[in-house]
Structure formats: structure tokens, C-alpha cells
Ligand binder design. Sequence first.
Ligand code: PLP
Length: 393
Amino acid sequence: MSKPTVYADNNATTMVAPEVVEAMLPFFTGQYGNPSSMHYMAIPAEQAITRAREQVAQLINADPSEIVFTSCGTESDNAAIRGVLAAVPGKKHIITTRVEHPAVRNLCQYLGKNGYRLTELPVDKLGQLDLDELRETLDDDTALVSIMWANNETGVVFPITEIAEMVKSRGAVFHCDAVQAAGKLPLDMQKVPADLLSVSGHKLHAPKGIGVLYVRKGTYFVPLLMGGHQEKGRRGGTENVPYIAGLGKACELAGVHMRDEQTRVKDLRDRLEKELLEKAPDASVNGDRVSRLPNTTSISFKYIEGEAILLMLSAEGIAASSGSACTSGSLEPSHVLRAMGVPFTRVHGSIRFSLSRYTTQEEVSYIVEKMVPVARRLREISPFGRDEQHAQK
Ligand code: PLP
């Protein structure tokens, strides 16, 4: 019998839902027109984009006119940050956090070395921000605050409504990277006064290479991609009609499955976490376990290497991650866990399991069945595990 394959790396990317593939297919062959053309082939393409814009807007309770299609979450983040700064050239202060995704963090650090003053807010042991510190850091020179809704590595959710209100009350623009939150948490742009919000298709069962930038009506920003009149001049480039149609469908499905995500998927995650904490040696959860995405757990196994765990799990058909997918391939410890002050003996042995609506009870049982002996075996051969004092030197 062949080995089961268990995919528990949904924060890295997700399977494209079969309904999404179906929604995309007509636009590759039969209805492949350019929506800007002046003939009959443009009509179905144009209609598909309009429909998708409504579907995306509905998921986040926004107006369809506020939805701009982009190529990915990274583009949305870059377009938001660069676009706002270009629109308010007189202000030179940017505020972000130490735990942002590289799509925000690396850009802000680059800007911090090129004419801007950058504040990266620290987080506490639970991965949470001190909002008093944010309040004190905001000043008249603050052009933009960019803070994520939910963390990709730990799943920790920030109090975004409170943050957005605070930033707005000081007259700065607020951008939120909601790439991990969209589809997992209800997002309501009527309640959260963020000016801009990034979403990425491949985190919610649409394909890679499609994203959204929500731009609240009246927010002034300079487009990153200047070109044609597409997206009302807010993002040049011929629209990726099949992917846009797919993202629209994925957003509609995310709305339908939201309850499942909050209940069944959360229960699966909680069970996985509980059993691993009980059965594996020296396991602990990273980050706030209350204010957290329902599908994510980041667990540290003390004194063992995350990469070794991943390879052994992979040999058993289990796909997980040691921190962010973008940092795998290097042995650099996760900047998120370091910012939280997780000790080095635990940072290196951290594994992220991220589930989805396709995850089953049997799969969770299989992960526990394989993970516990892997952790025990690696712990036995770890020189650090055998000699705690040595490890702490
Ligand atoms: N922001 C967050 C929080 C993410 O987790 C990711 C991807 O992992 C991105 C941005 C980048 O999105 P994309 O891969 O679509 O460029």
C-alpha cells in the first residue's frame, strides 16, 4: 500500500479548489478575449472580472470599486507601501513590526536605508504588540503604518481594529497585510478602518500569481505599475482573467466555508497540538494561543533541528514547515520567533503545521503517529538533549 500524503503546509500555499479550476477554465480557450477590446470577445472577460470583483468585495465587506487585482500578495504589499509614500512626499516616518512577512519587512528596511525613518515595533513573548508603544511612536511625520492582520509563522492575530483606529486618529495611512487572515477569519472593512489591505490568492485555494489590494475610497496612492487604464488606472497590465475569475470563486467558497474553518479546522488544530504536547518530549507552542488563526500551530521541540524533523516527516509523506516557507532553504533562525525571544534551543526545533478545510481527522492522527517517534529519535541522538548545560553555554 502506498504511503498517505498529508499536506499540513497551507500557510505556505494551498491546493487550488476544484470549483476554482472549473471557474477558470473557460477563460483559457473559448473566452480568451482581452477585456479592453472593442468586440464581442471582450464581453465575457469583462463580465468575469466584474463578478470576481463583487465576490472578493463580499468576502471582506467592501465596495467592489475598492478592489484592485494584482499579481500576488508581495505586489499588493509593495504597491500599498510605495504608493502611499509617493503620495505623501512630505512625510518620512514608517512604522511596522519586527514580525512582518519579508514582503513588508524587507521593503521597509530598504526604505529605512533610503531616506525614510523606520520604526519596527517589538513584540512580547506571545508575539503581541504593545499598543501604548505604537501610540507613542506615531508622530506628525508618520506617513504610513503597515501591520499584518495575522502572522504567517505563528498564526498570532493582532487587534487590527484598535490599531487601525489609533493610526487613523493620528492622521497616518494604515496598510494591513491580511494575506494569512483572508479566508480564515471574517474580515469586515466596514468595521476596520484600514486604508489598504493585501490579500493573496494562493493562500485561500486560488492559484499562485493572483492577489488583491483593497484601497478604501478616497485613499490617495500612486500606482506601482503605470501603464494602461486597467483597474481604473490603479494597476496597469492586461488583466489575468482566468486567475481573477478563480480568485473570485475562491473568495465565494471561503465565505461558505468560514464557519468550518472556525470550528472543525480549529478543533483539528487543537487536537493535533494537544496530542503533540502530551506525547512528544519537551514540546511547547509558540505565540498567543487565544488570539490566533484557527488553522495554525507553531510548535517547538527543544534541542532538535527543525530541518531534520521536516525531512523525516517528508519521508513519511507529511508536508509541514519550519517557520516561513520563504526562509526555508537557509538555516537562518526565524525572525518572528527571535523577535518573541524564543530561546535558541527551541527556535531551531520549531515546526509549523497549517491545516485547511481539506484536512481530516485521519490525517491529524497520522501526523501524531509519525511525529512523536521522530521527535523522540532526534532527541535521543541530539548532543544538546543529552547535555542541557552544554546547550545553554
Ligand atoms: N504576506 C504574508 C503574511 C504571507 O504569508 C505571504 C506569503 O507567504 C505574503 C505576504 C506574500 O504573498 P505572495 O506569496 O502571494 O507574494
